[in-house]
Design a protein around this ligand. Structure first.
Ligand SMILES: [Zn+2]
Length: 522
């Protein structure tokens, strides 16, 4: 395939090109010209001018290397998966809907023996492949590498480089042990089993953490044009004020985003009330105190946020990244979507872990984002379908520090896009592109994906890696991983009565906010 990894000049002709500010129901038909990875022009008539050998100002003396016919197709800005983790890609489909804290113990790296470099590479490629196939051109990977290993970090970054997706990489870290941040765990779990309790990541042993984080940013930032770096404190309650203050300085000095989890579950909210009394039980106050409530910070989930905290987020210009699919699967409740919108908080969307959502599918996420606002607001109103598409593109770009570079198809912006088949039943008849993208399409129609001007998916096939070889390698790696999953599940089964007791006690405490709807009838 000649176009596999070359950039050059690509002409996408005769497609409906989606413009957030244009006619989102029936985007007009136009040609889109890409020159060296950048959108050079979007207008009708470019293809005809080329056929007539007329001068195209944006092209100069260059020739077109590839023409893609987009007749009866939609050209969309690529989605930005603004919250994702590559570390549990191989565990998709392993769990029913279980509470977040049980899932963390079942799925995340600290519960497992150290993985092989081959497994790290395979899972990174597979996760990125799923993202690309469903129209995501940027992924924000808040990745746990535990225990930390330079070789594993290198494997992750190389995998992203090889497959050709745009990646914002943040190493997930904490400097407090996980069990200390879950209410009642240390009280109810017998001493003999307490060593098995862990969080999404545990403190790295023998590592100068501020230095490591700075080194990663500095040494990899010029690695390749599709990679940018970010900082990943797993959640404020797992990090000391000392490390967060240093992080705020590093984020400011290096102009890098900060990604964290906040108030995902009821337990994560209760620990704030219990352990952060000097901040009025608020992690938002804590982040503000350490200098992290800024436009560079993105807070994943933000489910159990109080109205005054939402005000403070809006004032600080910080972002939230909602993950409605994962929140439902881990029984965390529903984020106050309409309040974030009303307060003008930049609201992006993520698909979170592969074993808690369990799909990297922005179509599902947009549909839930648009629909779940109905739980609190029965009257019609935002978010509209077009709002959901903005959240999945331009708002995500802002959280990635890529505002104005990705998220829309305008001259001068990166050529990150996908082409959707409008002859698929999802779009027949074509009544509204925005509404059918959000409410009807499930991802079936994604045919072509271009990242940074490279065709990485053509005719629904990845062009950059050998997908069959990857599948075979994963099958091989699963032989060892399945045994480890089995052992973790047996260990957790033995702790289950205690974990559920901690959960019950958590549910009994009044938090001053409720993100569930109604009460069970039995
Ligand atoms: Zn997450």
């Amino acid at each position: 395939m000649a176009t596999k990894q070359t950039r050059g000049v690509i002409l996408i002709r005769n497609g409906r090109v989606y413009d957030h500010d244009g006619n989102v129901d029936m985007p007009p038909i136009a040609d889109l010209l890409i020159v060296d990875g950048v959108v050079a022009a979007v207008r009708p008539g470019i293809a005809q001018a080329v056929e007539r050998r007329e001068m195209i100002p944006e092209l100069g003396a260059r020739a077109i290397d590839q023409t893609i016919d987009a007749t009866e197709k939609l050209v969309m800005p690529g989605f930005v998966n603004a919250h994702y983790h590559s570390h549990d890609v191989l565990l998709k489909g392993c769990f029913e809907t279980i509470p977040l804290e049980l899932w963390v113990l079942s799925a995340l790296p600290p519960s497992y023996p150290k993985r092989s470099t081959a497994e790290i590479r395979a899972r990174t490629l597979l996760g990125a492949l799923e993202c690309l196939r469903s129209g995501m051109t940027t992924v924000q990977d808040l990745c746990t590498i535990y225990p930390f290993d330079e070789e594993h970090l290198e494997a992750v970054l190389q995998a992203y480089e090889d497959i050709g997706i745009r990646c914002v990489f943040a190493l997930q870290f904490a400097d407090q042990v996980g069990s200390s941040a879950i209410p009642f765990w240390e009280e109810v779990v017998p001493a003999a089993q307490r060593a098995s309790l862990s969080g999404a990541v545990e403190p790295f042993k023998g590592v100068d953490l501020p230095r490591l984080l700075r080194d990663i940013v500095v040494s990899h930032r010029d690695r390749h044009p599709r990679l940018t770096l970010a900082l990943g404190p797993t959640s404020p309650e797992r990090c000391t004020a000392g490390i967060l203050t240093k992080l705020a300085e590093l984020s400011e000095a290096e102009k890098v985003p900060v990604y964290t989890h906040i108030y995902e579950s009821r337990a994560m909210t209760l620990i704030a009330r219990q352990a952060h009394k000097s901040d009025d039980g608020s992690l938002i106050n804590y982040l503000k105190r350490v200098g992290l409530l800024t436009p560079r910070t993105s807070m994943a989930h933000s489910v159990w946020m109080k109205p005054d905290e939402i005000e403070a987020i809006a004032e600080g210009g910080a972002n939230v990244v909602l993950n409605p699919v994962g929140n439902l699967k881990t029984r965390c409740g529903v984020a106050p979507i309409r309040t974030y919108i009303r307060r003008g908080v930049n609201t992006a969307l993520g698909c979170d872990n592969c074993s808690c959502s369990d799909s990297q599918n922005m179509f599902q996420t947009m549909k839930l984002y648009a629909g779940l606002a109905a739980i609190t607001h029965p009257e019609p109103g935002p978010p509209t379908a077009a709002d959901a598409i903005r959240a999945a593109t331009v708002s995500g770009a802002r959280t990635a520090g890529l505002e104005g570079r990705v998220g829309a198809l305008r001259p001068g912006m990166a050529a990150d896009l996908f082409i959707l088949d409008l002859t698929d039943p999802s779009f027949v008849p074509l009544n509204s592109v925005a509404r059918q993208v959000v409410f009807t399409e499930g991802g079936r129609g994604v045919e072509t994906v271009i990242v940074d001007g490279r065709v990485v998916v053509a005719d629904r096939k990845i062009t950059t890696i050998d997908e069959r070889a990857l599948r075979e390698e994963v099958a091989d790696l699963m032989k060892a991983l399945r045994k480890d999953i089995e052992a973790v599940m047996q260990r957790n089964d033995a702790m289950l009565p205690y974990l559920l007791e901690a959960q019950r006690r958590t549910w009994e405490v009044d938090l001053g906010v409720n993100r569930y709807v109604g009460n069970a009838d039995d």
